[in-house]
Design a protein around this ligand. Structure first.
Ligand SMILES: [Zn+2]
Length: 302
């Protein structure tokens, strides 16, 4: 997969002849995606992450003998020790080993210092590829050893490619991948069925709500939603509307129904509903009231 004009990017990086790289931005998913591809390029038999050669296929299945991936929320001392122990062994398939360390900013200081030695004195053709969202959590000594590559927000073309890649893997991020939503957020939203179902239910509700007479019907027809996140989701939808955000694909279905003036009245009402919900007031009662008040504000403002 090519994103962020990765071919160009990677070619430039390759020419720099470093043995340790850091891909960083605030978007964790983006960092990891690009780092994976760069790692794959290192071991690809054709040298371009062709996705077809034996090495690429092994890489995708996480079975390549010369690729070591460290992917955890927080990296422990033992993990770093394991990497260091693996450094001096001979590569099995090709001429180099690739050490991929995701979220390197979660490695504690002691382990970072241990790693530093390997970064300072490269062994063989070994390559380190690290990712981080918070570079200030990395020791300055470690940072200075890394070829640092900042990743900008993907262009719309890159987004399309990224979406296709995720869709192939069964993660439906289409509706969330847009300039208002980081890749990390998009993947989280798309992987959370609860969240997805709740958002859809709220859109159904808002689309079918026109007069106060509709309230009992639309409330009864609500299905598959999570009460605990319902009002928070609804608030986010209205805030997205107010900010003209394209975060939700279905936002156009309700765009013309709420003027900016109405939205300034509605958003605090939803916030209040959210507070009530948290204090265990009956859900349907809160929702009935909220919908009534939303319609009242719409009526008063028109
Ligand atoms: Zn290949």
């Amino acid at each position: 997969m090519i994103c962020l004009n990765q071919t160009e990017l990677f070619k430039n990086i390759q020419n720099s002849k470093h043995h340790a790289y850091l891909f960083y931005s605030l978007d964790e998913v983006l960092n990891n995606l690009v780092a994976e591809n760069f790692a794959k390029m290192q071991i690809c038999e054709k040298g371009n992450m062709c996705n077809n050669c034996y090495a690429c296929l092994q890489f995708d299945k996480n079975t390549h003998p010369d690729v070591f991936k460290l992917k955890q929320d927080s990296i422990k001392v033992e993990d770093v020790n394991k990497i260091i122990a693996n450094l001096s062994t001979t590569p099995l398939a090709g001429n180099k080993k690739v050490f991929l360390i995701f979220n390197a900013d979660t490695i504690n200081e002691i382990s970072q210092n241990k790693l530093l030695k390997s970064l300072e004195e490269p062994v063989g053709n070994n390559i380190f590829i690290l990712t981080a969202t918070k570079t200030d959590k990395l020791l300055p000594t470690v940072l200075s050893r890394l070829n640092k590559i900042y990743l900008p927000t993907p262009s719309s073309e890159d987004r399309k490619i990224i979406v296709d890649e995720y869709m192939r893997e069964g993660v439906d991020i289409k509706q969330f991948v847009n300039p208002d939503c980081s890749l990390t957020e998009a993947v989280r939203f798309a992987s959370d069925n609860n969240f997805n179902a709740t958002i859809n239910s709220i859109f159904d509700l808002l689309v079918n709500l026109n007069t106060t007479a509709d309230i009992p019907r639309v409330v009864c027809s609500l299905k598959e939603y999570d009460k605990t996140i319902f009002f928070a989701c609804m608030q986010d939808i209205f805030i997205s509307l107010a900010n003209n955000s394209t975060k939700y694909a279905r936002i156009n279905e309700i765009k013309n129904r709420y003027s900016p003036r109405v939205l300034t009245k509605i958003i605090p009402l939803v916030e209040k509903a959210y507070l009530y919900q948290n204090s265990n007031v009956n859900f349907t009662y809160i929702l009935d009231n909220l919908l009534f008040n939303i319609l009242k504000e719409k009526f008063l403002c028109s």
